[in-house]
Design a protein around this ligand. Sequence first.
Ligand code: FES
Length: 554
Amino acid sequence: MNHRAWMRSQGFTPEVFDGRPVIGIATTWSELAPCNVHLHRVAESVKRGVWQAGGFPLEFPAMALGETLLRPTAMLYRNLLAMEAEELIRANPLDGVVLLSGCDKTTPGLLMAASSVGLPAIMVTGGPMLNGKYQGTDVGSGTAVWRWEEDLLAGRMTEAECAFAEGCMARSNGHCMTMGTASTMASMAEALGMQLPYSATWPAVDARRYSTAQRAGQRIVDMVENDLTPDKIMTRDAFENAIRVNAAIGGSTNAVIHLLAIAGRLGVQLELDDFDTLIRDVPTLVNLQPSGKYLMEDFCYAGGLPAVMRELGGLLHAGALTVTGATMGENVKDAPVWNRDVIMPMDQPFQGAGTGTAVLRGNLAPDGAVIKQSASSPHLLKHRGRALVFDSPEAYHRVAADEDLDIDEDTVLIIRYCGPKGYPGMPETANVPLPAKLLKRGVKDIVRICDGRMSGTAYGTVVLHVAPEAAAGGPLALVKTGDWITLDVPARILSLDVPDDELAARKAAWTPPPRPASRGWTWLYTEHVQQADTGCDLDFLTGKSGAKVGRDPH
Ligand code: FES
């Protein structure tokens, strides 16, 4: 009676308390997260489906992480969202949960939470914005901004032209419509089997997104009845499917970190090296920015993710179970391709096999680093150059416009102390714009190395996620300006050409930077965050505790 009485203050009739499944709808809606601002409407569609199938839907807020506004980086808060949502799902009397996400970190954060609880869960991502349109051409969010920023620096665009262009870019609800991190993670959720087919690609304003959300509401009630829990869907086979699909769509390097973190919650054995070995025979099929030409709206009309998965055929585990109750193979077996310029065939791919994410190792990255080959300049994938070192992106930005900066096209630009502990939160600072001096000479790309991340919408020959990070005492902290560095992507090598005894002497003289906070979330985060090669989860959050409230069964 206690529970019912207060719930009836919302005007529910008594029969909704007859024992029907109670379905939580976790929404990351917020006006501070513009990519998620329409999720409140998506939730209404989910509710229709839940009512229709005989469930009782209750919407609740989970921390909204807006990539564009949160400082120092939304990534600092992914684990906080995961922790908050996990506790809310467990502590409330729910039988199943629908996860509504959009902007980059909200998708992995909610999947991590649902994985640790283990109640039946289905995801509905918010969908991409419509294509940006500027001066008669399509422009992609993020990707275009990086280019316009460089054009402004190089004097090819005025401030007024930039201000006009930005209004042409974001012209509907939805998340970034390039194959950036949001589109990538929506695709990963679908490839893992956690959202209904086509959910990743319907534009945010497309009516089919709302009918799919209604269908998800119906499905979660069935999933509760059949006890279809995330661990039965997100198996090792499902992760292998996701990694291969990520290569085929030219997805973001951020997927590496997020998939490792989700797998860590489920206890699925997944290693950084899996992201290299599993994609060596997978070509990039999808011709989307930032690697290619088109945008998510085009991808949708060309056939969406099911068409890509069907195209990949035997490279995927067709038997992996999904939220539909059917296998991945059954879901996609009839998925057509409508535009071969957007989704290319296996025998004539957009880029050849093995051009996705490569995992590098060597004395500069003993625990690994990654590079997105499809976003890199081919002539720089084997390169030896002298280091120019900056201890923060801000230090670089202060001199980036300096005409006397000692830099040329062979220089290897190092931006460090940007890792999970260092910045903190591992921001997307690795793809710093080229210095004005090189831009004016027409140089389009140089090798950059960083222990931070790169936006999925960005491009360039950028080595990312160097582990261990500089702030944890990794070798990146020991590099000095003028040192020679070898990058050999075909051989998967990243090395600092300095003798071991010299590196040992530098290590002995190195002192760690002061911790960025002495209290609060940032203190907790920097005390417990793990390195990029295992997904940057907090050490005490890996694994799962189940759905029961109270004493830990372990
Ligand atoms: Fe939210 Fe790109 S800023 S998805």
